[in-house]
Design a protein around this ligand. Sequence first.
Ligand code: NDP
Length: 247
Amino acid sequence: MSDPTPGLALVTGANRGIGRETTRRLALSGARVLLAGRDREAITAAAHELRADGLPVEPLVLDVTDPAGIRAAAAEVDRAYGRLDILVNNAGIRTEEYGRAPSRQPLERWRETFDTNLFGVVEVTRAFLPLLRRSPAARIVNVSSLLGSLTTHSDPDSYASTPMFKSLPAYSAAKSALNSWTVHLAYELRDTPIKVNAVHPGYTRTDLNDGAGDLDVSDGATSSVLMALLDADGPTGTYTHQGAPVP
Ligand code: NDP
Protein backbone atom coordinates (compact mmCIF):
# COMPACT_ATOMS: atom_id res chain seq x y z
CA MET A 1 0.00 0.00 0.00
CA SER A 2 1.28 3.46 -0.86
CA ASP A 3 1.18 6.30 1.58
CA PRO A 4 -2.04 7.94 0.22
CA THR A 5 -0.44 11.39 -0.21
CA PRO A 6 3.28 11.81 -0.84
CA GLY A 7 3.34 14.79 1.57
CA LEU A 8 6.34 17.12 1.62
CA ALA A 9 9.33 16.54 -0.66
CA LEU A 10 12.67 18.32 -0.93
CA VAL A 11 14.80 18.06 -4.07
CA THR A 12 18.35 19.45 -4.04
CA GLY A 13 19.85 21.02 -7.17
CA ALA A 14 16.31 21.49 -8.42
CA ASN A 15 16.57 24.73 -10.39
CA ARG A 16 17.54 22.93 -13.61
CA GLY A 17 18.14 19.57 -15.26
CA ILE A 18 16.95 16.30 -13.74
CA GLY A 19 16.22 17.94 -10.36
CA ARG A 20 13.81 20.45 -11.84
CA GLU A 21 11.93 17.71 -13.72
CA THR A 22 11.89 15.50 -10.59
CA THR A 23 10.37 18.45 -8.71
CA ARG A 24 7.72 18.92 -11.40
CA ARG A 25 6.80 15.22 -11.45
CA LEU A 26 6.62 14.91 -7.66
CA ALA A 27 4.41 18.02 -7.53
CA LEU A 28 2.16 16.52 -10.23
CA SER A 29 1.87 13.36 -8.11
CA GLY A 30 0.40 15.45 -5.26
CA ALA A 31 3.47 16.27 -3.17
CA ARG A 32 4.25 19.78 -1.98
CA VAL A 33 7.84 20.22 -3.15
CA LEU A 34 10.64 22.37 -1.81
CA LEU A 35 12.71 23.29 -4.85
CA ALA A 36 16.14 23.65 -3.30
CA GLY A 37 19.22 25.24 -4.81
CA ARG A 38 22.16 27.44 -4.01
CA ASP A 39 21.20 30.45 -6.16
CA ARG A 40 18.21 32.35 -4.76
CA GLU A 41 17.41 34.00 -8.08
CA ALA A 42 17.53 30.70 -10.00
CA ILE A 43 15.33 28.77 -7.54
CA THR A 44 12.83 31.62 -7.30
CA ALA A 45 12.54 31.76 -11.09
CA ALA A 46 12.19 27.97 -11.41
CA ALA A 47 9.60 27.80 -8.62
CA HIS A 48 7.69 30.70 -10.18
CA GLU A 49 7.47 28.85 -13.51
CA LEU A 50 6.18 25.66 -11.91
CA ARG A 51 3.72 27.56 -9.72
CA ALA A 52 2.40 29.28 -12.86
CA ASP A 53 1.37 25.75 -13.97
CA GLY A 54 -0.57 25.36 -10.71
CA LEU A 55 2.01 23.17 -8.97
CA PRO A 56 2.64 23.46 -5.18
CA VAL A 57 6.34 24.28 -5.28
CA GLU A 58 8.30 26.52 -2.88
CA PRO A 59 11.90 27.71 -3.30
CA LEU A 60 14.41 26.85 -0.57
CA VAL A 61 17.97 28.20 -0.47
CA LEU A 62 20.29 25.22 0.07
CA ASP A 63 23.93 24.98 -0.95
CA VAL A 64 24.91 21.39 -0.17
CA THR A 65 28.51 22.45 0.55
CA ASP A 66 27.51 25.01 3.21
CA PRO A 67 26.98 23.25 6.57
CA ALA A 68 25.61 26.36 8.34
CA GLY A 69 23.24 27.01 5.44
CA ILE A 70 22.07 23.37 5.51
CA ARG A 71 21.30 23.61 9.24
CA ALA A 72 19.44 26.89 8.68
CA ALA A 73 17.38 25.34 5.86
CA ALA A 74 16.48 22.32 8.02
CA ALA A 75 15.42 24.66 10.85
CA GLU A 76 13.30 26.66 8.39
CA VAL A 77 11.54 23.51 7.13
CA ASP A 78 11.04 22.33 10.72
CA ARG A 79 9.39 25.64 11.67
CA ALA A 80 7.17 25.73 8.58
CA TYR A 81 6.18 22.04 8.23
CA GLY A 82 7.49 20.04 11.21
CA ARG A 83 8.41 17.03 9.07
CA LEU A 84 9.73 15.86 5.71
CA ASP A 85 8.49 12.85 3.72
CA ILE A 86 10.80 12.68 0.70
CA LEU A 87 14.42 13.80 0.32
CA VAL A 88 15.95 13.58 -3.16
CA ASN A 89 19.71 14.18 -2.99
CA ASN A 90 20.03 15.22 -6.61
CA ALA A 91 22.57 18.10 -6.65
CA GLY A 92 25.77 17.05 -8.37
CA ILE A 93 28.75 18.34 -10.27
CA ARG A 94 31.20 17.03 -12.84
CA THR A 95 34.32 19.17 -12.96
CA GLU A 96 36.99 16.95 -14.47
CA GLU A 97 38.42 17.50 -17.90
CA TYR A 98 37.60 14.90 -20.51
CA GLY A 99 40.63 13.21 -22.01
CA ARG A 100 43.00 13.49 -19.00
CA ALA A 101 44.35 10.24 -17.56
CA PRO A 102 42.89 9.34 -14.13
CA SER A 103 46.25 9.85 -12.40
CA ARG A 104 46.60 13.32 -13.93
CA GLN A 105 43.32 14.85 -12.77
CA PRO A 106 44.15 17.65 -10.29
CA LEU A 107 43.52 16.80 -6.63
CA GLU A 108 41.45 19.95 -6.32
CA ARG A 109 38.92 18.42 -8.74
CA TRP A 110 38.69 15.35 -6.49
CA ARG A 111 38.08 17.52 -3.44
CA GLU A 112 35.36 19.68 -4.97
CA THR A 113 33.66 16.64 -6.51
CA PHE A 114 33.58 14.80 -3.17
CA ASP A 115 32.47 17.96 -1.33
CA THR A 116 29.32 18.21 -3.43
CA ASN A 117 28.57 14.66 -4.59
CA LEU A 118 29.33 12.82 -1.33
CA PHE A 119 29.86 15.04 1.71
CA GLY A 120 27.00 17.31 0.61
CA VAL A 121 24.63 14.35 0.56
CA VAL A 122 25.80 13.09 3.95
CA GLU A 123 25.49 16.54 5.52
CA VAL A 124 22.04 17.27 4.04
CA THR A 125 20.75 13.83 5.03
CA ARG A 126 22.01 14.17 8.61
CA ALA A 127 20.41 17.61 8.96
CA PHE A 128 17.02 16.48 7.66
CA LEU A 129 16.95 13.04 9.30
CA PRO A 130 15.09 14.24 12.43
CA LEU A 131 12.34 15.62 10.15
CA LEU A 132 12.25 12.42 8.06
CA ARG A 133 11.88 10.37 11.24
CA ARG A 134 8.58 12.22 11.89
CA SER A 135 7.13 10.98 8.59
CA PRO A 136 5.06 7.76 8.58
CA ALA A 137 6.81 6.61 5.38
CA ALA A 138 9.89 8.65 4.50
CA ARG A 139 11.95 8.06 1.38
CA ILE A 140 15.55 9.12 0.70
CA VAL A 141 16.73 8.96 -2.90
CA ASN A 142 20.43 9.39 -3.64
CA VAL A 143 21.05 10.29 -7.26
CA SER A 144 24.07 8.23 -8.21
CA SER A 145 25.36 7.24 -11.65
CA LEU A 146 26.29 4.12 -13.59
CA LEU A 147 29.82 5.55 -13.30
CA GLY A 148 29.60 4.64 -9.61
CA SER A 149 29.16 0.95 -10.44
CA LEU A 150 32.43 -0.81 -9.56
CA THR A 151 31.16 -3.97 -11.24
CA THR A 152 30.62 -2.11 -14.48
CA HIS A 153 33.81 -0.12 -14.60
CA SER A 154 36.05 -2.97 -13.47
CA ASP A 155 34.83 -4.92 -16.50
CA PRO A 156 37.50 -4.36 -19.21
CA ASP A 157 34.99 -4.24 -22.08
CA SER A 158 32.75 -1.71 -20.32
CA TYR A 159 35.78 0.37 -19.33
CA ALA A 160 37.09 0.41 -22.89
CA SER A 161 33.74 1.21 -24.46
CA THR A 162 32.78 4.00 -22.02
CA PRO A 163 35.33 6.84 -22.36
CA MET A 164 33.77 8.64 -19.37
CA PHE A 165 35.05 5.96 -16.98
CA LYS A 166 38.67 7.00 -17.51
CA SER A 167 37.89 10.70 -17.90
CA LEU A 168 35.89 11.05 -14.70
CA PRO A 169 37.68 9.14 -11.91
CA ALA A 170 36.70 11.55 -9.12
CA TYR A 171 33.07 11.65 -10.25
CA SER A 172 32.99 7.83 -10.48
CA ALA A 173 34.64 7.37 -7.08
CA ALA A 174 32.30 9.87 -5.40
CA LYS A 175 29.27 8.06 -6.84
CA SER A 176 30.71 4.65 -5.73
CA ALA A 177 31.10 6.11 -2.23
CA LEU A 178 27.54 7.46 -2.43
CA ASN A 179 26.31 3.94 -3.20
CA SER A 180 28.19 2.68 -0.15
CA TRP A 181 26.68 5.44 2.02
CA THR A 182 23.23 4.43 0.71
CA VAL A 183 23.74 0.83 1.89
CA HIS A 184 25.10 1.91 5.29
CA LEU A 185 22.19 4.26 5.92
CA ALA A 186 19.61 1.73 4.74
CA TYR A 187 20.96 -0.78 7.30
CA GLU A 188 20.99 1.86 10.03
CA LEU A 189 17.35 2.74 9.33
CA ARG A 190 16.10 -0.78 8.57
CA ASP A 191 13.82 -0.89 11.63
CA THR A 192 12.18 2.42 10.70
CA PRO A 193 9.73 3.22 7.87
CA ILE A 194 12.48 5.23 6.13
CA LYS A 195 13.68 3.69 2.85
CA VAL A 196 17.00 4.74 1.36
CA ASN A 197 17.85 3.96 -2.26
CA ALA A 198 20.31 5.05 -4.93
CA VAL A 199 19.40 5.54 -8.58
CA HIS A 200 21.14 5.92 -11.92
CA PRO A 201 19.07 8.39 -13.97
CA GLY A 202 20.51 7.26 -17.33
CA TYR A 203 22.70 9.27 -19.69
CA THR A 204 20.56 12.38 -19.85
CA ARG A 205 20.81 15.54 -21.96
CA THR A 206 21.58 18.20 -19.33
CA ASP A 207 24.23 20.84 -18.71
CA LEU A 208 26.25 18.23 -16.77
CA ASN A 209 26.94 16.46 -20.08
CA ASP A 210 27.09 19.65 -22.14
CA GLY A 211 23.72 18.65 -23.59
CA ALA A 212 24.81 15.17 -24.76
CA GLY A 213 22.94 12.03 -23.73
CA ASP A 214 20.48 9.28 -24.69
CA LEU A 215 17.52 10.48 -22.60
CA ASP A 216 15.56 13.70 -22.24
CA VAL A 217 15.05 15.03 -18.71
CA SER A 218 11.60 13.52 -18.50
CA ASP A 219 13.07 9.99 -18.78
CA GLY A 220 16.08 11.07 -16.70
CA ALA A 221 13.81 11.95 -13.76
CA THR A 222 11.87 8.66 -13.83
CA SER A 223 14.30 6.66 -11.65
CA SER A 224 14.23 9.25 -8.84
CA VAL A 225 10.45 9.65 -8.98
CA LEU A 226 9.89 5.86 -8.80
CA MET A 227 12.05 5.55 -5.66
CA ALA A 228 10.58 8.71 -4.08
CA LEU A 229 7.06 7.28 -4.39
CA LEU A 230 7.95 3.76 -3.30
CA ASP A 231 5.31 1.61 -1.57
CA ALA A 232 5.71 0.70 2.10
CA ASP A 233 6.64 -2.86 1.06
CA GLY A 234 9.23 -1.58 -1.44
CA PRO A 235 12.97 -2.25 -1.08
CA THR A 236 15.67 -0.27 0.73
CA GLY A 237 19.42 -0.12 0.09
CA THR A 238 19.05 -0.69 -3.67
CA TYR A 239 20.69 0.83 -6.76
CA THR A 240 18.38 0.97 -9.76
CA HIS A 241 17.72 2.56 -13.13
CA GLN A 242 14.02 3.01 -13.89
CA GLY A 243 13.27 0.28 -11.36
CA ALA A 244 15.76 -2.28 -12.75
CA PRO A 245 18.84 -3.24 -10.68
CA VAL A 246 22.20 -1.69 -11.59
CA PRO A 247 25.18 -3.95 -10.74
P1 NDP B 1 22.83 19.67 -14.10
O1 NDP B 1 24.23 20.13 -14.25
O2 NDP B 1 21.85 19.96 -15.17
O3 NDP B 1 22.22 20.20 -12.71
C1 NDP B 1 22.96 20.09 -11.54
C2 NDP B 1 22.18 20.76 -10.43
O4 NDP B 1 22.93 20.59 -9.21
C3 NDP B 1 21.98 22.26 -10.66
O5 NDP B 1 20.71 22.64 -10.19
C4 NDP B 1 23.08 22.86 -9.78
O6 NDP B 1 22.79 24.17 -9.32
C5 NDP B 1 23.04 21.87 -8.61
N1 NDP B 1 24.18 22.01 -7.74
C6 NDP B 1 25.49 21.87 -8.03
N2 NDP B 1 26.24 22.13 -6.95
C7 NDP B 1 25.38 22.45 -5.94
C8 NDP B 1 25.53 22.83 -4.59
N3 NDP B 1 26.74 22.95 -4.02
N4 NDP B 1 24.42 23.05 -3.85
C9 NDP B 1 23.20 22.95 -4.40
N5 NDP B 1 22.98 22.63 -5.68
C10 NDP B 1 24.07 22.38 -6.44
O7 NDP B 1 22.96 18.10 -13.83
P2 NDP B 1 21.93 16.88 -14.00
O8 NDP B 1 20.54 17.35 -13.87
O9 NDP B 1 22.34 16.11 -15.17
O10 NDP B 1 22.36 16.00 -12.73
C11 NDP B 1 21.53 15.77 -11.62
C12 NDP B 1 22.10 14.57 -10.88
O11 NDP B 1 22.05 13.43 -11.74
C13 NDP B 1 23.57 14.73 -10.46
O12 NDP B 1 23.75 14.17 -9.18
C14 NDP B 1 24.31 13.91 -11.51
O13 NDP B 1 25.55 13.43 -11.01
C15 NDP B 1 23.32 12.80 -11.74
N6 NDP B 1 23.50 12.08 -13.00
C16 NDP B 1 23.29 12.73 -14.19
C17 NDP B 1 23.44 12.03 -15.37
C18 NDP B 1 23.25 12.67 -16.70
O14 NDP B 1 23.47 11.97 -17.71
N7 NDP B 1 22.83 13.93 -16.80
C19 NDP B 1 23.80 10.60 -15.39
C20 NDP B 1 24.00 10.04 -14.08
C21 NDP B 1 23.83 10.76 -12.95
P3 NDP B 1 23.39 25.50 -10.05
O15 NDP B 1 22.43 25.83 -11.15
O16 NDP B 1 23.39 26.51 -8.95
O17 NDP B 1 24.75 25.16 -10.56
